[in-house]
Design a protein. Structure first.
Length: 268
């Protein structure tokens, strides 16, 4: 394992209600991380901020897909990949994310990069990686291996296009599994990640990786300033969806889909 600076942090008492759904500011933290390091919270899973030496080839992939307005935070430019759980009001069966059907080549690129990126977390934070790897194998958290992205325990992901997300906790993740975020920037400044419960800001420079427990840690993005017409800030986030625990095998889910469609056709 390579030597890397380690920072110990402690949770501070804040009124979370005053932060949730508000936009982050640089005044929300006292410590600003700009160099690669391991961040160890008190009694918590290690975080990793890593400026990547290799040139990740996902920026042009992010540019080549179309984004749609999500319903969270009043509409956001996003596109999901990997697998999605059942949605009773819409698609009551587990399935691939729509990117697989509309942008199959790009979908494959995001999935193919999952393991290579997770390897960094395994190298620098082996204890955190151990817990991330172990959790889905527990009976209470188990899901079928065929829903794992490329030899990882991630099931799903999302690409965000130049979004200043307000403070939130990631929802729907398997407990105690990390969120892994790759940031790709072009002609922008700002767009830092603020963790007010630790009074911590993370630079998120171009081609950087940040791994943390997104469902346990309040986080939000500071303002993003564009410096050209073509300025972009993409984040590619991998996570393990808790809803996948309810999924049957892919074969049986396809049967469920066909039965659902046959039922609806007969009803009409």
């Amino acid at each position: 394992m390579k030597n890397m600076k380690t920072i110990k942090i402690s949770k501070i008492s804040i009124d979370v209600a005053k932060y949730k759904n508000q936009y982050a500011k640089s005044t929300d933290y006292n410590t600003f991380i700009t160099e690669s390091c391991i961040i160890n919270p008190d009694n918590g899973v290690p975080m990793l901020y890593l400026k990547l030496d290799d040139k990740t080839n996902l920026y042009p992939v992010c540019e080549s897909i179309k984004y749609h307005k999500g319903r969270r935070f009043g509409g956001t430019n996003t596109r999901g990949f990997g697998f999605v759980p059942r949605k009773a009001a819409k698609d009551d069966y587990c399935n691939y994310a729509a990117m697989e059907f509309y942008f199959p080549n790009q979908h494959k690129e995001f999935i193919n990069n999952a393991k290579a990126l997770l390897n960094y977390y395994e190298e620098y934070c082996p204890i955190g990686y151990y817990f991330h790897k172990k959790m889905p194998s527990l009976k209470s958290h188990k899901f079928f291996d065929e829903y794992k992205l490329k030899d990882t325990n991630f099931t799903s992901g999302v690409v965000n296009d130049t979004l200043q997300l307000p403070y939130h906790y990631d929802r729907g993740n398997i407990p105690n599994t990390i969120s892994m975020m790759l940031t790709l920037k072009n002609n922008v400044s700002g767009g830092y990640l603020s963790l007010p419960e630790y009074s911590l800001g993370i630079e998120l420079s171009n081609n950087s990786l940040f791994c943390f427990l997104g469902q346990n840690t309040l986080h939000g993005v500071t303002p993003i300033k564009k410096h050209s017409k073509y300025a972009k800030r993409y984040t590619v986030v991998y996570f393990s969806s808790d809803g996948m625990r309810e999924c049957d095998t892919i074969t049986k889910e396809l049967e469920r889909e066909q039965n659902k469609k046959s039922f609806n056709a007969n009803k009409n």
